[in-house]
Design a protein around this ligand. Structure first.
Ligand code: ARG
Length: 461
């Protein structure tokens, strides 16, 4: 196969090398962006009089046909043509002849590939952003139903203070909201059009870069040609944001896995989202949640691969940059797959409200409230902490809860305790009293949901 760059060469590329450096097996996924970018470039060349306007028209029509051919499955890409850019150029020239050879005027594959990835990333950022928004609204719907579902809040995985399931779910809402913001922020820096950077030093032709940017719906053009072809920061930023999405999904999955165990028994996974064991007939495993937790590692790996690829590169383009794509694509695919399956898994889970409330009632989760009760009656907090510690110890010995301790005994620990202590340490009261903004009280949670809905309804920006 004759190479598009074959003029300077006397020998054929070794077959091993041809296979080694070809990227068509993975960069074929950029075909649409490559063609749309080329169409904009050709139109601009025609308008600026750099090529004949009629030829520009032929190129545009030819490229549209190539696009149809690819989408109809009529195209076999060739490894010999190396990558998606040269494959498409060859297909075009095969179709329209001479004019096709003019498409690459004032352009390099270096700025072309930079353009393609940015276009691809923008589309994926929008899609993943949408998925995150869907997940946020699922969380808000669920939270709305569980404003009064008590559960223990934990520190060190030890029961700490009572909260509600709504409050717990809203913590994840916050994480996914930040994730969405991070993607939007990354999108701003991705939304910059690099075509015109040429191989590295721009071009001698009078390109209208702004026109190309407008055609392709970019907000701005890159401001330095060397940077334009070698910048992959946006890919790193995306993969970092994707890693955080995976961290959040993975933490949530870890909790779901715990909650689904007989020890917690806070949730029952839907049959459609769990799997059995090939040996143990009784088993119902939370494999989906485990797999999401497991896949987090892949995405972190993608991030590290990108960073490592970039760290030693002199300006401007180096072939190492071809390695950006597989890491990026893998991060995109993994995050999307995980978000896609996580949402229905969550929606179909059955929360065992009784179990959660019983757990919230046990474990002395109201001990702080008892201390706060004493503080309200004039005892310094440090002292109250000590007294309640002793009371808890006593109850543990007797195997009773704080609610079960009789008043006479309470008075022995502190004369400040009165009959109203029982109301003050009742679980409903403990939660309800935490009305501080950002707290678990139904009132505060309702406000948090209202704010969140307003934000979700508002246009992105
Ligand atoms: N396939 C290459 C990549 O993905 C395209 C750019 C190639 N440029 C070059 N000078 N070899 O990075």
């Amino acid at each position: 196969m004759t190479k598009l760059w074959g003029g300077r060469f006397q020998k054929e590329t070794d077959r091993l090398v041809e296979d080694f450096h070809s990227s068509i097996s993975f960069d074929r996924r950029l075909y649409k962006y490559d063609i749309l970018g080329s169409i904009a470039h050709a139109r601009m060349l025609g308008r600026a009089g750099i090529i004949e306007p009629e030829q520009a028209g032929e190129i545009v029509r030819g490229l549209e046909e190539v696009l149809d051919d690819i989408e109809a499955g009529r195209v076999e890409f060739s490894v010999g043509a190396e990558d998606i850019h040269m494959n498409i150029e060859q297909l075009l020239t095969a179709k329209i002849g001479e004019a096709g050879k003019k498409l690459h005027t004032a352009r390099s594959r270096n700025d072309q590939v930079a353009l393609d990835i940015r276009m691809y990333m923008k589309a994926e950022l929008d899609e993943i952003g949408g998925m995150l928004r869907d997940l946020q609204s699922t969380l808000l719907d669920l939270a709305e139903r569980h404003i009064d579902t008590f559960m223990p809040g934990y520190t060190h995985l030890q029961r700490a203070q009572p909260v509600t399931l709504a409050h717990h779910l809203l913590a994840y809402y916050q994480m996914f909201r930040r994730d969405e913001e991070r993607l939007a922020d990354c999108r701003r820096r991705t939304d910059v059009m690099p075509l015109g950077s040429g191989a590295l030093a721009g071009t001698t032709f009078p390109l209208d870069r702004e026109y190309v940017a407008r055609q392709l719906d970019f907000a701005a053009i890159t401001e330095n040609s060397l940077d334009g072809v070698s910048d992959r920061d946006f890919a790193v930023e995306f993969t970092a944001a994707a890693s955080l999405i995976m961290v959040h999904l993975s933490r949530f999955c870890e909790e779901i896995i715990l909650w689904a165990s007989a020890e917690f028994a806070f949730v029952e996974m839907d049959d459609a989202y769990s799997t059995g064991s090939s040996m143990m007939p009784q088993k119902k495993n939370p494999d989906v949640a485990e797999l999401i937790r497991g896949k987090a590692g892949r995405v972190f790996g993608d991030l590290l691969a990108l960073l490592t690829t970039l760290k030693g590169l002199p300006l401007a383009y180096n072939k190492d940059l071809q390695e950006d794509k597989e890491a990026l694509f893998d991060a995109v695919d993994t995050v999307k797959k995980c978000l896609l399956v996580f949402k229905p898994m969550l929606e179909t889970m059955r929360f065992k409200e009784d179990r959660m409330a019983a757990a919230a009632r046990g474990g002395f989760t109201n001990a702080t409230d008892l201390a706060d009760y004493l503080v309200r009656r004039g005892m310094p907090f440090r002292e109250a902490h000590e007294v309640v510690g002793k009371i808890v110890y006593y109850c543990l010995e007797k195997n009773i809860t704080l609610e079960e301790l009789d008043l006479a005994r309470y008075k022995q620990f502190s004369s400040l305790v009165d009959e109203d202590v029982y109301e003050a340490i009742g679980i409903g009261r403990c939660v309800e009293a935490r009305r501080v903004p950002g707290g678990p009280a139904p009132e505060a949670v309702r406000e948090a949901i209202r704010k969140a809905r307003q934000r979700l309804g508002a246009p992105r920006g």
